[in-house]
Design a protein around this ligand. Structure first.
Ligand SMILES: *Cc1c(COP(=O)(O)O)cnc(C)c1O
Length: 356
């Protein structure tokens, strides 16, 4: 049975995308490839409101998180952490022997611009790391307001993990001065997992050239060299790039603002279901994610049982992440999801919850 995924990655992949994935293979040093690569880059620039370079990476999103650490931190990093993925990025800095400090808020709360200002004021940091949408808790951090603070420190590079918000929420890379904005493809883009993209500023590339031990696979300087030819340093997942090209066309056809508004409406619908059914929203009011909803399990239902029953009727949601496994549950509404599909899930949950 086909189980529709409402988990925050991977999300449901639609037939058109699967079909594009199965396009006959082409060589990655051919004109057909460089045309494809160039087309995908320019569509990603539209999606991200940027003129910055775009790199395509055959890895999951975590690969590009590591790339940011290896290529961009010269002096010391400030990591802003509001959940497990921010914690992961900090861990990656430590694992790479980088000097890094962590600034944390309690789970469910958002990163505040003033916190970032306090840290940067010390002059200790040359790189800032922020998770836009913290998928473990469903918090969407105020990225524009944080960006306004980072702009006051022109020598500081601004790294943004937008894995679960890119292609789901409007991110204005150039206006906000984001140096690297990265995402993998299995969330907002609704492609199969295994591929990642980022935008990268000239300043980040200049920094990379001065940083030692950038490693091999994720060396941004190598990526830049090949980018000039619309290629990647190593053989990419060409199938993902075919699918990405198809999906970006679909997005531009829908209209980016229409897409972002569709997802905002789904978020409102899901939040309403949560509060109408006697649960609470887990996240700080005003900072709820628009690509997913995290409910506090105030009714203490058996989430594992709920998911088992949902599976019988063709749906899957997610338990909480890590420490929040039993105390919260998460419903993703990103990618190509529409209102009638989300309603289908919520109606099924209504029925099952009565029996739990
Ligand atoms: C899923 C996720 C990641 C990890 O991405 P992978 O593609 O699994 O490496 C990182 N950050 C956030 C915010 C995520 O949601």
């Amino acid at each position: 049975m086909h189980i529709k995924l409402f988990i925050p990655g991977p999300v449901e992949v639609y037939p058109g995308v699967l079909n594009a994935m199965s396009t006959p293979m082409i060589g990655h040093r051919t004109k057909a490839y460089t045309d494809l690569h160039g087309a995908v880059k320019s569509k990603l620039q539209q999606l991200l409101y940027t003129k910055n370079k775009i790199f395509l990476s055959t890895s999951s999103g975590t690969g590009l998180m590591e790339a940011c650490v290896r290529n961009c931190i010269s002096k010391r990093a400030a990591h802003f952490v509001c959940g497990e993925f921010g914690e992961r990025w900090y861990g990656i800095s430590l694992a790479n022997g980088k000097e890094a400090d962590k600034f944390e808020v309690p789970l469910g709360k958002s990163i505040k611009p003033a916190m970032v200002d306090e840290a940067l004021k010390t002059g200790k940091y040359d790189t800032v790391f922020v998770t836009h949408n913290e998928t473990s808790v469903g918090v969407m951090n105020p990225l524009k307001e944080i960006a306004d603070v980072v702009k006051k420190y022109p020598d500081v590079l601004f790294m943004v993990d937008a894995v679960s918000s890119m292609a789901g929420a409007k991110i204005e890379v150039d206006a906000w001065g984001i140096d690297v904005c990265l995402a993998s493809t299995q969330k907002g883009f609704a492609l199969p997992p295994g591929f990642a993209v980022c935008s990268i500023s000239a300043q980040a590339l200049e920094r990379a050239k001065t940083v030692k031990n950038r490693g091999y696979y994720f060396d941004f300087v190598e990526f830049e060299t090949f980018d000039a030819k619309n290629q990647t340093p190593t053989t990419p997942s060409v199938s993902h790039i075919f699918a990405l090209n198809y999906q970006l066309d679909q997005m531009l056809k829908e209209g980016l603002d229409n897409r972002f508004n569709r997802l905002k409406e789904l978020a409102q619908m899901c939040r309403k279901w949560v509060t109408d059914n006697g649960f609470k929203l887990f996240t700080e009011p005003g900072y709820e994610s628009i690509t997913m909803t995290t409910a506090e399990n105030t009714r203490k239902i058996d989430i594992k049982k709920l998911n088992e029953e949902l599976g019988k009727v063709g749906y899957m949601i997610s338990a909480g992440y890590g420490k929040l496994k039993d105390s919260t549950f998460r419903i993703a509404h990103m990618g190509d999801c529409n209102a009638s599909e989300l309603k289908g899930l919520l109606d099924a949950m209504d029925k099952i919850i009565k029996t739990l």
